[in-house]
Design a protein around this ligand. Structure first.
Ligand SMILES: *Cc1c(COP(=O)(O)O)cnc(C)c1O
Length: 235
């Protein structure tokens, strides 16, 4: 068996085990394969083993892959830092953006989204540990941006995303994920029924279990599917 196939089975087993522990239906969890720096062959292999959503961080690299893998019906998620000069190509080529943290970017994505593609799915990136040098909104700014984005017709605000500081025991890993879940619930109390957030994009290779226990709906996993990243910078 190919190593990637084995890895996918192992990750799925971890997700199912944690879902059972949390009394959650594993169907409510989507595994997003983070494919930055990975070859088209590896992506194709993962696709053939049942993964259909891929997360990319670097625009040019992603556009090359999206183009040459057009024959597989993969869903592409942009999960890297997003500057204004890149919004057009992101709006035209992706189904999801997980890293929106200011209104200017959201407005550009809204204006540049081709209507034929339907609304672009959006997560707000939250700086859940309040780290000064990290990207993402501070939690107390999330409601204002959520409210503004909910009025943009070509965007569909789906939820919140976070990349917490690395922590090594499961109880400490759960804390920021719980904070993100509570923030989503607080925002949902103020949104209309038709606009409720349904997505928590949280959990990576090292903290899948903690994220599932705290209600993640999209797990962004790279290393534990494709192996350690070599070469290009990671983040
Ligand atoms: C690289 C990356 C991941 C995947 O991290 P792994 O530790 O390799 O699973 C998830 N989310 C984001 C935003 C990333 O940049």
């Amino acid at each position: 068996m190919e190593i990637i196939e084995k890895n996918i089975s192992a990750v799925m087993a971890r997700i199912e085990h944690s879902a059972a522990k949390a009394a959650r239906d594993p169907q409510t969890l989507q595994l997003l394969a983070v494919s930055k720096t990975r070859s088209e062959e590896d992506i194709q292999l993962a696709f053939s083993k049942g993964l259909s959503a891929f997360g990319e961080n670097y625009l040019q690299e992603a556009l090359n892959k999206i183009k040459s893998l057009a024959s597989i019906s993969a869903e592409w998620h942009f999960i890297g830092p997003l500057q204004s000069n890149k919004t057009k190509q992101v709006a035209e080529n992706f189904s999801w953006v997980h890293t929106v943290d200011r209104l200017k970017i959201a407005k550009r994505l809204n204006d540049q989204r081709p209507e034929s593609l339907g609304p672009l799915n959006i997560c707000l990136q939250i700086n859940i540990d309040n780290e000064p040098s990290k990207s993402g909104l501070m939690p107390d700014q999330a409601w204002d941006l959520a409210q503004s984005i909910s009025e943009l017709p070509n965007l569909c605000l789906r939820g919140l995303m976070a990349i917490p500081m690395a922590r090594h025991d499961i109880d400490s890993q759960r804390r920021p994920f719980r904070d993100l879940r509570l923030l989503k619930e607080e925002i949902n109390r103020q949104l209309d029924n038709s606009q409720k957030l349904d997505t928590l994009s949280m959990g990576m290779s090292g903290d899948i279990e903690a994220a599932v226990l705290e209600g993640a709906t999209i797990l962004r996993v790279g290393t534990d599917i494709f192996g350690p990243r070599t070469g290009k910078a990671t983040l």
